[in-house]
Ligand binder design. Structure first.
Ligand code: ADP
Ligand code: MG
Length: 275
């Protein structure tokens, strides 16, 4: 177990469906300790769902998901709670409490989940804020922050309880190019300086490929491609090529599967106007 190449997350033959929709047919993913791993795929491909399966919020139909050696979906309530304490999460919708200062947003998980005295919590909050360059913003309210700063507070909160694994859901979404670089560099630096393991879920291949070591591409319920970042960048795999260059059509079709268009129309004449 404690080999150099130990995987902190191991997903094997995973299948999952929402009541109305199949999301994963068969997914295999290994996240090695100490690395930043990217999980990419188009909107709706199931990236956030995969993070919820890793965190034990959702149950798979088949297959297993091991996190730090434990089979997440076989854990009891208390064990799952303990495991989740070791996972830092940055949510797609930053999820800050709007009526609390930046300081209190960070102190919140520490006050809830530890017995640390307030003086220690204060020092820890400032330490985490300093790590993301926002110690000076401790007393601001979320509404006073720019998009990039909000994302950085989210990062600080993800590392609040010293997690072993940090999961970022769309950390670049909605940010200007400079903030994207700041946040990307921060994810990389925090990973290496804290000696943790990171998963970055993103549809933004350009930004993600700047900082990840290894990348998985999800499409149609399976891992469509995977590889070390350097190899992926020069890959001529048609799927990878389309995805990292943002081509609208290729192995991933522009059109969602549908019946014959003309047959679908109520008014025959419209087809020629739309086409
Ligand atoms: P991504 O993060 O890759 O954009 P998601 O994992 O959020 O994709 O969602 C995958 C698909 O599952 C989407 O089509 C989404 O609409 C659907 N979905 C997400 N959550 C639910 C849910 N609770 N019930 C039913 N369908 C859902
Ligand atoms: Mg998502």
């Amino acid at each position: 177990m404690n080999t150099v190449t130990e995987n902190i997350v191991e997903i094997s033959n995973l299948a999952f469906s929402y009541p109305t929709r199949e999301i994963f047919k068969n997914v295999n993913v290994a996240i090695p300790r100490g690395q930043v791993t990217g999980i990419m795929g188009g909107s709706g491909s199931g990236k956030s769902t995969l993070l919820r399966l890793i965190g034990g919020q959702l149950q798979p139909a088949r297959g297993t998901c091991k996190v730090m050696g434990q089979d997440v979906h076989k854990l009891g309530h208390d064990e799952l709670y303990e495991l989740r304490r070791k996972i830092g999460m940055q949510f797609q919708q930053n999820g800050l409490f709007t009526d609390m200062s930046v300081f209190d947003n960070l102190a919140f998980p520490m006050r809830e989940k530890t017995d640390l005295p307030e003086s220690v919590i204060e020092d820890l909050v400032l330490l985490k804020l300093n790590a993301v360059g926002l110690r000076g913003a401790a007393q601001l309210m979320p509404s006073e922050l720019s998009g990039g700063m909000t994302r950085r507070v989210g990062l600080a909160r993800a590392i609040a309880l010293d997690p072993a694994l940090i999961m970022y859901d769309e950390p670049f979404a909605g940010l200007d190019p400079i903030s994207c670089n700041v946040v990307g560099n921060l994810i990389r630096k925090l990973n290496d300086a804290l000696g943790v393991t990171s998963i970055v879920v993103s549809y933004d291949a350009t930004e993600a490929l700047k900082i990840v070591d290894y990348v998985y591409f999800i499409a149609d319920g399976v891992i469509a491609a995977e590889g070390a970042t350097a190899d992926v960048k020069v890959s001529d795999d048609p799927f990878v090529h389309q995805f990292i260059r943002g081509r609208p059509d290729g192995p991933v079709p522009f059109h969602y599967p549908a019946d014959n268009y003309a047959a679908d129309l109520n008014v025959g004449g419209v087809a020629s106007r739309v086409a």
